[in-house]
Each structure stands twice: as C-alpha cells, then as structure tokens.
Design a binder for this molecule. Structure first.
Ligand code: NAD
Ligand code: 6OD
Length: 485
C-alpha cells in the first residue's frame, strides 16, 4: 500500500498537535478501481504549522540565500528527481492511470526541466535609471540614481490539479523557490504520490527546513481552503477549474492576497481547406485524445472549412475508433461527469461519429474508469456540450465557410486558454492567430511548449501569465531604490 506523507518544517508526517492527524482517505487506482494506498488529510493545525514553518524559513537561512545558492539548490532537486526517475514515472502513472510512456516522456522530464530552467533564469535583471529632482517637491537636489531590486513575496501557497501532477506542481514550485519565497504546496487529493517523492528529494537536497512544505488533503472546507484563505499566505498560485479559482479568489480578497490562476478551457481548432489534412487529422487526434482529453490544452471544439468537412469527420472518426492505448478518467466521479456529457450531447441533438460510451477490454480495466474517445457533430453553439468544459476524450466538429466566421466561432466561448490553426497559407495564419481570444495559439502544431514563453489564459481561463521570466515576475516584487548622487 502506498502512503503519502506531509512534509512540514523539514519533517515528514502530520503535525503532532493536529487533532485530525489520524484522518486519512483512500487512494484509488483509476485503472481498476482498487484501493492502493492512503493519504493523510491535513487539518487546520497542519496547515498552520506549514505556513509558520515557511515564515520561519524566510526569517532564517532560506531568507538569506542569494541567487547562486538558490540556483544550486534547484539543480540538486533536478538531479534528485533524475536519480529516482523510474520511481517518479511509476508513481505518476500509478496515480493517474496514464500510460507509463507518457509519464516517462512528458511529466517527469518536464518536472526536471522546470527546476533546471529556473536555476538558469533567476539571475536578476538590473534596472537602473537617472532622475532629476523637482525643486519644491522633492527633497534633495540635482540627479538621483534609481535602481530596482526584486524581493520575494514571502509565503506562497501552491495548489495544483491531478491531470499533470508533478509537471504542474513543479511548474510553480521551481520559480517560487528560485525567487526566494518559501512554499506550502497542496497537490490534488487524487494524485499525492509524486509530490511526496518530491518532498523526499527536496529534503535530500538540503534546503533549509520550512523552505518547502507539503500538505495533503481535499479542497473545499479542507486543506486547500484552509491554505488559500490563510492570513499568513502572501500569494496564491493555483491551477484547476475556473469555479474553484473564483472560490479561492473570494476568500483571498479578505487578505488582498495576489493570485496567479491557470484555469479551465474549451479550446477550439480551426481547420482550413488549404491545410495539410493528414497533419490536421493527426494533430487533432493528439490534441483531443492525449491523456484521454484530461489536459487543459486539449481541443474540444473543432471547426472545419465546409469543402473538407465530410472527409475530415470521416477520417477523425476512424482514427478515434482505432485508439486502444489510452488511460482512464481520474476517478469514478469524473468518469460519471464525462458520461453525463456524452448523454447530454445526444439529448441536445448530436450525431455520434465515434465512441460515446464505455469500452470493454475483457480485463481488469473493465472495473476502472474508462470512457471511449468520442467524436460528435450536429450541435450548434448554444448547446451546453459546446459551452462547458468536459475534460475528457470528446470533441465536436462543426463546419464553417469563411475566415471571419471561423474566428467568430472560435471566440464564442467564456474560455480563452488555447487554440490551434491548421492552414498552409502563411498570411492567413498570421491574420487569424492574433484575432483568436486565447492565451496561446498554435499554428500547424499543438502543445509545442517552450518553458520560457508566457503561459496562461484570458477570459475565464486564467489570471496572469506564468513561464520563464513571467513566473519570476509574479513570484517577486520590484522595489525601486532612489539614491541622490
Ligand atoms: P479542481 O479545481 O477541482 O482542483 C484543483 C486543486 O484545487 C486541487 O488540489 C483541489 O483539492 C483544490 N481545491 C478544490 N477546491 C478548493 C477550494 N475551495 N479552495 C482551495 N483549493 C481547492 O481541478 P481538478 O479537477 O483537479 O483539475 C481539472 C481542472 O483544472 C480543469 O478545469 C482543467 O482545465 C484545469 N486545468 C487548467 C490548467 C491550466 O494551465 N490552465 C492546467 C491543468 C488543469
Ligand atoms: O506545458 C506547460 O507548461 C503547462 N503549464 C501545461 C499545462 C497543461 C494543462 O493541463
């Protein structure tokens, strides 16, 4: 049986004083529904202890580290994950049910990359300027030299989802530590294992006690809410559903706590008749069905120019029916939610081109949380299936005639996270891409990600940008120092 552990103030286990220390909840394998471990549920006292430990680290040795020491610490963490690569890949595939190959080629290497990238990126960007005193207004005379230093924000709460557990946790933990903050992290209750391994690696890397803390537990009315509404937290970095972001923000308002939010999506793909249709079909199979659609960047709405619509739908449907090596939904509850959208789509008038139900494998997976990769047509933009994020292996394909219509359809959503444009016409690509209301637009590719580029959503898909120096900007504050010379 796997056991997840809290890591608070440099020690593993629940805070001894926590009245809820013995509360645990089961960890379920989504492949066959069996209980494979238990997870401790942090109560108020464990969360309080973690926030106090983080504050203590800032007042102690961690608060006195310079960029070089922090860069060295991040490199040791990256080396530590690399040294235990197989354990991490097994744990990630075990918690999520995703194919191990996906964990080994994306999740774990990317987590290592997050620490290495910020070890390189964190060096300050000195900003200087001269200013002239205004008589009768400024004290001092003549010229003054301005320079800007960046200070850490303090104690940062990191709350992350289950779909890319280590990748999305380290995506925030690495820059937060790089900028000199102390972190209290709460991973999803569904996926505690790689976070626990990360705490072990950070412990072995010798970071001062309290610089990184980990608490496990649920969100609403539990560890997640205790942490994000805590008066001792100076900033919140959250990835998850838009509705959860709104709930966190309401509580954060009490303390004016700044937030960086990466939220839900209902991402469009536009396929123009002049595109390389083989590439567009291949790309859409990947963008709709990778990790069974449980990536915030996955495509759920596909718009195809009418002259190639029938061919595209036929080919996408065939490819969806051929898929066999896919993982389950994360939980029974999420499987039920996705299936409820499959039923709703039919009630709303959709034609099911492929999938729409539960697969049968003839092995232990039949007890797990699988749904079929599903392709639909026939809905208009008012259908709930077209407006709400499903977060499963589902995409709807609709025709369009003109470029303007394609852009309008893409933008007809409360979400604005990512979009993909398939065309061979370079001028069209450059015309269309900036008109799409999304934080990321890919042209003739999908999920090609450079860590240094800005990442985030507009509209209900997020607040702020992370990635590269954008993360360092969020996790630090510029302070201007003005010296008369
Ligand atoms: P979720 O919002 O249910 O949970 C995310 C995290 O928030 C979990 O750790 C959970 O315990 C915690 N939480 C829940 N309620 C809380 C509360 N009231 N206060 C504090 N913490 C709380 O999301 P999920 O189901 O884990 O993940 C799927 C969602 O995440 C999808 O909507 C997906 O689009 C989104 N997502 C977005 C991005 C992005 O980069 N934009 C990336 C991955 C996932
Ligand atoms: O690739 C990334 O950097 C990133 N943040 C991906 C997010 C995926 C969402 O599920």
């Amino acid at each position: 049986m796997k056991t997840a552990r809290h890591y608070v103030g440099g020690a593993f286990g629940p805070a001894p004083s926590d009245g809820t220390a013995i509360r645990t909840f089961p960890l379920v394998d989504p492949v066959d529904g069996t209980v494979v471990g238990k997870v401790p549920e942090a109560g108020h006292e464990t969360v309080d202890a973690a926030v106090a430990a983080a504050r203590g680290a800032l007042d102690g040795p961690w608060g006195n580290t310079g960029p070089e020491e922090r860069a060295a610490a991040l490199r040791r963490i990256a080396d530590g994950i690399e040294a235990r690569f197989d354990e991490f890949a097994d744990a990630e595939a075990g918690d999520t049910g995703k194919p191990r190959g996906l964990a080994a080629t994306v999740d774990i290497p990317r987590a290592i990359g997050n620490f290495r990238a910020y070890a390189e990126l964190l060096h300050g960007r000195p900003e200087t300027s001269y200013t002239t005193a205004v008589p009768g207004w400024s004290t001092g005379t003549g010229k003054a030299l301005n320079y800007t230093v960046r200070r850490p924000l303090g104690v940062v709460a990191v709350v992350s989802p289950w779909n890319l557990p280590l990748l999305l946790l380290t995506w925030k933990v690495a820059p937060a530590l790089a900028a000199g903050n102390a972190v209290v992290a709460k991973p999803s209750e569904e996926t505690p294992s790689t976070a626990t391994l990360l705490a072990e690696v950070i412990d072995a890397a010798g970071l001062p006690a309290g610089a990184f803390n980990l608490v496990h537990g649920h969100g609403t009315g539990a560890a997640g809410e205790f942490l994000t509404s805590h008066p001792g937290v100076d900033a919140i970095a959250f990835t998850g559903e838009s509705a959860t972001g709104a709930a966190i923000m309401r509580k954060a308002a009490d303390h004016l706590t700044p937030v960086s939010f990466e939220l839900g999506g209902k991402n469009p793909a536009l396929v123009f008749a002049d595109s390389d249709l083989d590439a567009a079909v291949d790309g859409t199979v990947r963008s709709a069905f990778t990790h069974s659609g449980q990536i915030c960047l996955c495509t759920e709405r596909v718009y195809v120019q009418r002259t190639v619509f029938d061919e595209f739908v036929a080919r996408l449907g065939e490819r969806a029916r051929e898929l066999t090596d896919y993982g389950p939904m994360i939980s029974a509850a999420h499987r039920d939610k996705v299936l409820s959208y499959y039923r709703l789509a039919v009630d709303e008038g959709a034609t099911v081109v492929a999938g729409g139900g539960v697969p049968s494998f003839g092995d232990r997976r039949d007890r797990g949380f699988y749904v079929e990769p599903t392709v639909l047509t026939g809905l208009d933009g008012r259908a709930r299936t077209m407006r709400e994020e499903v977060f499963g292996p589902i995409c709807h394909v609709a025709p369009f005639d003109t470029e303007d219509e394609a852009v309008a359809l893409a933008n007809d959503s409360r979400y604005g996270l990512a979009a993909t444009v398939w065309t061979r016409d370079l001028s069209r690509a450059h015309r269309v891409a900036p008109r799409i209301e999304a934080g990321i637009v890919w042209v003739n590719c999908w999920n090609l990600r450079d860590l240094r580029t800005p990442f985030g959503g507009i509209k209900d898909s997020g607040i702020g940008r992370e990635g590269g120096t954008y993360s360092l900007d969020f996790f630090s504050e510029p302070v201007n120092i003005c010296v008369q010379v």
